[in-house]
Design a protein around this ligand. Structure first.
Ligand code: OAD
Length: 232
């Protein structure tokens, strides 16, 4: 491991070309649904059936999707780069893993597990979650998706802080840069001395934080960027 440490942050834009909707683009999930109803603990407390139905539908969409050229290119980077690559994703799908990428940090959780809101136990997500499902550990009927909602603390923040502090290169891919704390990672990596690169369909909210930027569909710009980084 001799190459300088690389930290990559991915968002919904990298799974768009696998057919999974983003959140804030025109027609995105949060233009069709109210995130207060579907992505907050308060919304879940008000109407658990509605929230579970939404995530059952999204889980089904993820199951039917396949990794695209972006997931494959990033897995290739992790495999072939002669240095540490830390991949942090805001995505709750498992397309990085299905592309062969190991050790992905899912800061917003994952569709693959269910979480008991009463005792914190996790277990493999059933195909369909129902409000009456009992927790296998404590039997409470408080099953929820293991995804981080607004107002909750993202997962693995210590691991992420350590990676950002050591990064020589920080690359943000397919994210609008609007949701914190992820939106602050480019600034934190830069303050710690990293060069920063943005790969996105269009300039993000964070565009002033990047030393370099490439805009276009991720399936075109990411494999090209990976090739050039591996050739360096
Ligand atoms: P957003 O929907 O906010 O942003 C997606 C970004 O991807 C936008 O900047 C698009 O321009 C870009 N994009 C769309 N299609 C693309 C393509 N084919 N190639 C490259 N870029 C493309 O999604 P996130 O930034 O991931 O959180 O959203 C962050 C968080 O907000 C999500 O993790 C989710 C959401 O609320 C939770 O659920 C907690």
């Amino acid at each position: 491991m001799t190459g300088p440490p690389v930290v990559i942050l991915t968002g919904a834009g990298i799974s768009a070309e696998s057919g999974l909707g983003t959140f804030r683009d025109v027609g995105g999930l949060w233009s069709r649904y109210d995130w207060r109803d579907l992505a907050t603990p308060e919304g879940f407390a008000r109407d658990p059936g509605f929230v579970l139905d939404f995530y059952n539908w999204r889980r089904e969409r993820v199951r039917a999707a396949s990794p695209n050229a972006v997931h494959l290119a990033l897995a290739r980077l992790a495999r072939d780069y002669g240095g540490p690559v830390t991949l942090i994703t805001q995505n709750v799908d498992d397309l990085h893993e299905r592309a062969g990428h190991a050790g992905v940090i899912h800061m917003h959780g994952t569709h693959l597990t269910a979480l008991c809101a009463a005792c914190g136990h996790r277990w493999p997500a059933p195909e369909v979650m129902h409000p009456r499902d009992p927790c296998p550990a404590c039997a409470a009927a408080k099953t929820r998706p293991d995804v981080v909602w607004f107002g909750e603390t993202p997962y693995h923040m210590d691991l992420i802080a350590e990676a950002l502090a050591k990064a020589a290169l920080f690359v943000s891919i397919g994210t609008s840069g609007t949701v914190y704390p992820a939106a602050a990672f480019a600034a934190r990596a830069r303050a710690a001395g990293a060069r920063t690169v943005e790969l996105n369909l269009e300039p993000s909210e964070n565009k002033s934080l990047f030393d370099e930027a490439y805009h276009g569909p991720a399936s075109e710009i990411v494999p090209r960027w990976v090739d050039s980084h591996l050739a360096d």
